[in-house]
Design a protein around this ligand. Structure first.
Ligand SMILES: [Zn+2]
Ligand SMILES: [Zn+2]
Ligand SMILES: [Zn+2]
Ligand SMILES: [Zn+2]
Length: 442
């Protein structure tokens, strides 16, 4: 079209109306994210980039001796192709490997600086001989890796470090934190940013990690659905979501996806079902199928509160019958081969009034044995059409969500996860989603 033609001005798409607003103080809940308007199922509510990532170094799984952690790019944590080309770190003789020369260069400048390289190398060598009480602490190596990443952040990005310190969580140094502090101090002289390096700061950082880290899962194998955590990330904006044992949103990662712009470690939070305006939007901080006692224990230990969500109010009256019911539910699921109709029997003969969340379990819980994931529709299309394809946020399985009587085996779309995710999920992300967060004061 020539510029001289008097063409009508192209319609400017209206910016998407903000879906969430931050409410600073909801009674008994504190700061919360609330639906600023009616939200449809599968809406992308947030895309968040990590402040830092660090490897899951599991002593038991022998990953500290470089088998597992080096299966992933030491910068972006993509799965490295087995037998394919990889780009070893030149500083630690290939202990850390990268997916590309770009990641190796980026890593040397930020995530795998010479200090991180040296500290992690020594940590790997020290791993079999950790001093007590760390030798009996399964998370000690991962926590040490977190501290290395955090103190590295303080040196390379003081602003990012301020963001990290602004997250919820605080603690005074106790025995394990002190031990971790002196472990990190012993590895290599710590490059101190403006915040310094002290036992108090270390304890505070460990508390931030405990309350705010998200696990990034290993690739789904297509077998049992069991996946370990490959790495952890601190996602500052996603940390705004409070917990609910029956969440109305859940988060996904597409770390091995073909995501453009080097943002493969971003996490995506999508709504699970309709959320009316004014309702708080919550995630579950752990698998939804955990029992009442286990959930309460974790929330008290790691997050310092007792959950009084609707589900907990019902389940706390179940008392000691709970474990029995849980087992019964599991048995039924196995007997039914994971058929979606199996939960009715899994209620252990309870009336609907006793188990008001039966529908949630039937509709939004992954039916794959031992997965424990939550299902949400694929992202809304550009035309705001709600997808009838549900995606599991743990095993990644896709299924048709509108027919609970369908055998999940046949309903499972026989598609590789990544192409459809790119096609139906990530391509419709409206970035930057965080700009749609509105801060309101009350
Ligand atoms: Zn990479
Ligand atoms: Zn290195
Ligand atoms: Zn609860
Ligand atoms: Zn699943």
């Amino acid at each position: 079209m020539s510029s001289s033609e008097a063409a009508p001005a192209p319609a400017t798409p209206l910016p998407p109306q903000p879906s969430l607003q931050v409410v600073p103080n909801i009674p008994r809940r504190g700061r919360a994210l609330v639906a600023a308007r009616a939200i449809k199922p599968g809406e992308v509510l947030l895309v968040d980039s990590p402040l830092l990532l660090y490897p899951n170094l599991d002593v038991a799984a022998d990953s500290a001796s470089s088998s597992s952690s080096s299966s992933y790019c030491a910068h972006c944590y993509r799965t490295l192709p087995s037998g394919g080309p990889s780009f070893p770190c030149l500083g630690c003789s290939g202990h850390a490997r990268f997916c590309s020369d770009t990641c190796r260069t980026l890593g040397a400048a930020c995530s795998h600086t010479p200090w991180v390289c040296r500290a992690l190398s020594i940590l790997h060598a020290t791993a079999p001989h950790l001093p007590p009480p760390l030798d009996h602490h399964p998370e000690a190596l991962s926590q040490a890796a977190f501290l290395i990443a955090a103190y590295n952040l303080s040196a390379i990005s003081p602003d990012g470090f301020v963001d990290l310190l602004s997250l919820q969580g605080g603690a005074t140094p106790e025995h394990a934190a002190l031990a971790l502090h002196f472990l990190v101090a012993s590895l290599s002289p710590v490059p101190t940013g403006p915040a310094g390096f002290s036992p108090e700061l270390t304890a505070s950082l460990l508390a931030k990690d405990k309350m705010n880290a998200f696990g990034l899962m290993e690739p789904a194998t297509g077998g049992t659905g069991e996946r370990r955590v490959r790495a952890y990330g601190i996602y500052p904006k996603a940390s705004f979501f409070n917990h609910d044992c029956l969440p109305n949103a859940c988060r996904f990662d597409y770390i091995d996806g073909a995501v453009v712009g080097g943002r493969n470690a971003d996490i995506v939070v999508r709504s699970i079902h309709d959320i009316p305006e004014g309702r708080e939007v919550c995630l579950s901080y752990f698998p939804v199928n955990w029992g009442y006692k286990e959930r309460q224990r974790r929330l008290l230990e790691d997050y310092g509160f007792t959950c009084e969500c609707d589900r907990c109010m019902v389940e706390k009256t179940w008392k000691d019958e709970e474990d029995e019911l849980e087992e019964e539910a599991m048995d039924d699921e196995e007997m039914e081969g994971g058929e979606a109709g199996g939960e009715d029997e899994g209620m252990g003969g309870m009336e609907d009034g006793d188990f008001p969340h039966a529908y949630f379990f039937m509709r939004y819980m992954c039916q794959r044995e031992s997965c424990g994931g939550t299902l949400a529709p694929l992202a809304l299309s550009a035309q705001s059409v709600v997808s009838d394809v549900m995606e599991c946020n743990v095993c990644g399985r896709l299924s048709r969500g509108d027919d609970p009587d369908t055998d999940p085996g046949s309903a499972c779309l026989q598609l590789e996860a990544n192409p459809i995710l790119i096609e139906c999920g990530l391509s419709s992300l409206r970035d930057p989603v965080m700009s749609s967060l509105v801060y309101v004061s009350m």
